[in-house]
Design a protein around this ligand. Structure first.
Ligand code: TXE
Length: 497
């Protein structure tokens, strides 16, 4: 399939430029050069997209699609994405500078997400209620929430879009999505796939551009029933407050500050190797990155020496460089933020053990690269331990007891994910139970599957994506009470004449 005009907005099944005629360049992070020019939506354009989604929801055609039909559409989307996987992976890696191999892994995950919700929608969703009364038939049915506003970030652009779009289609919702202004390509391409798979006009709409203009109506407009947001904490709070004005349903995934706990009795080769992947995968631009290493004092020196040595050996490079092990940060502004975060950590007393600098290779000079960084001697009073860097930065803290490990692991406003490394299964189970994070890995880091819920405790968010709960987010539950033998209730009987 030729993906044409993808730089234009997608509203009511048609491509169109932004009404103000403005555009924005997409910058390839590994070179700093423009690789695409997308149309910029005004807030009026987003409102037009919301109106299209509202009309498509209210006119009844899409709602007449059965669960089986919606399931077939999702399977078809997965098939088309499989067919066009290379095109999508190229586009994703061009916008994000992630290695092409990682973009292919993302595509496998994305396809599995569509297949998961294709199955989820076929499960029975009607529940009979035993009211204890004769002559009453009572049941709970599910219905789509309605029009969903979706706002997504730049680190896993199509993956995060698919976590929202697949369940929304499964449920029978209509939607408007605004991908990050830094990485709009694959979300725009997906609109063509949805049309090819048989989604009616107006059900799926996409607008591009700045959050404060193109994104804002998705949390404020009264025709939007739910807003689902993935991104930073500050913007997430703003979206939630805006959505409160019209009491929208809100789903938020806001990142984390995730503890990776290594006990002295762990399989050290596995623990150290995975500690590197936990934090440096995709240059740390992962909401579940294991950015806080908590290590038992007796093994601290060996563990940190080895992690620092291996961090220094990580090869940075562009997406098609076979030797590269990770890539650039998303933007110059984001690298500035990561550098400031490292400087603040050092000023607060952290000891720099690796990285902390931009790479010196001339071929990387134009990209937004930053060396994998290890900050030792950290504690929970430091901003570098509490704030999300969202870059390739590991902070190291020590602990002496299991209780202390748990206390430190929970000493954060976030609660997205964490891991524990030990050969003692009972200890692992106790720690997993005591950590207040949405995903806990035992002797592993990072794997997730579409069948399991994903989301955060505390300020990491509201609601869940994936799994069964990730489908339920897009459903309303309706109780239907059918009195089979109607009779006067006689609550207010007629009084005496
Ligand atoms: O995110 P923003 P940014 C974290 C990470 C990062 C920080 C800031 O710590 O350093 O967030 O990143 C849209 N109304 N995460 O500035 O602003 C915006 O256009 C509606 C964690 O890139 O949250 C984009 O589409 N939408 C995260 C989306 O919100 C608005 C992944 C996310 O951008 C808006 C990325 C508004 N008023 C960053 N303002 C994760 N959880 O994985 C902005 N947006």
């Amino acid at each position: 399939m030729a993906y044409e005009k993808i730089e234009q907005l997608f509203i009511n099944g048609a491509r169109r430029p932004g009404s103000a005629g403005e555009t924005r360049d997409v910058i390839h992070p590994a070179t700093g050069k423009s690789v695409a020019t997308f149309c910029e939506a005004t807030s009026d354009d987003t409102i037009a997209a919301i109106t299209a989604a509202r009309t498509a929801f209210d006119n009844g055609h899409w709602r007449s699609f059965s669960a089986e039909q919606r399931s077939k559409i999702l399977e078809r989307v997965a098939d088309i994405l499989t067919r066009d996987k290379d095109l999508f992976a190229e586009a994703e890696s061009r916008d994000t500078a992630k290695r092409i191999v990682e973009a292919h892994y993302d595509m496998d995950d994305i396809i599995s997400v569509f297949r998961h919700f294709a199955k989820e929608v076929l499960k029975p969703h009607v529940r009979e209620v035993n009211t204890g009364r004769e002559n009453v038939h009572s049941k709970i049915v599910v219905e789509p929430v309605g029009v969903v506003g979706m706002i997504t970030p730049w680190n896993y652009p199509l993956l995060q879009a698919s976590w929202k779009i697949a369940p929304a289609i499964a449920a029978g919702c209509t939607f408007v999505i605004k991908p990050s202004e830094l990485t709009p390509s694959t979300t725009s391409m997906l609109m063509e796939v949805l049309s090819e798979a048989g989604i009616p006009d107006g059900v799926a709409n996409a607008v591009y551009g700045a959050g404060a203009t193109a994104g804002e109506p998705l949390s404020t407009h009264p025709d939007v029933d739910m807003v689902s947001f993935t991104g930073g904490l500050t913007t997430g709070k703003h979206v939630m407050a805006s959505a409160a004005q019209t009491v929208k349903k809100v789903a938020l995934e806001l990142g984390g500050k995730n503890p990776n706990i290594i006990f002295a009795d762990a399989d050290m080769d596995a623990a150290i190797d995975n500690a590197l992947t936990a934090v440096f995968l995709h240059s740390g631009q992962v909401c579940s990155a294991g950015a806080r290493l908590l290590v038992e004092r007796s093994v601290h020196d060996n563990v940190v020496d080895e992690i620092a040595r291996r961090a220094d050996n990580i090869v940075l490079g562009s997406s098609h460089d076979d030797k590269a092990q990770t890539g650039a940060l998303i933007s110059a502004g984001h690298r500035d933020k990561v550098e400031a975060y490292v400087a603040a950590g050092i000023a607060e007393g952290a000891v720099l053990r690796a990285g902390g600098i931009r790479p010196t290779e001339p071929e990387l000079a134009d990209g937004f690269f930053f060396r994998p960084t290890v900050l030792d001697n950290c504690n929970t009073t430091m901003s570098c331990v509490q704030d999300e860097s969202f870059g390739p930065v590991l902070t190291v803290e020590v602990f002496d007891t299991e209780e202390e490990a748990v206390r430190l692991g929970n000493d954060t406003i976030f609660g997205l994910a964490g891991a524990v490394w030990t050969t003692d299964d009972d200890k692992a189970a106790r720690v997993a139970a005591a950590l207040r994070h949405g995903t806990i890995w035992i002797n592993d880091y990072h794997p997730y599957v579409a069948q399991a819920e994903w989301g955060g405790f505390k300020q990491s968010g509201v609601g869940r994506e994936l799994g069964e709960a990730g489908f339920a987010e897009y459903l309303e539950h309706k109780h239907i009470w059918h009195n089979l033998k109607p009779a006067p209730s006689e609550w207010f009987p007629e009084g005496p004449e």
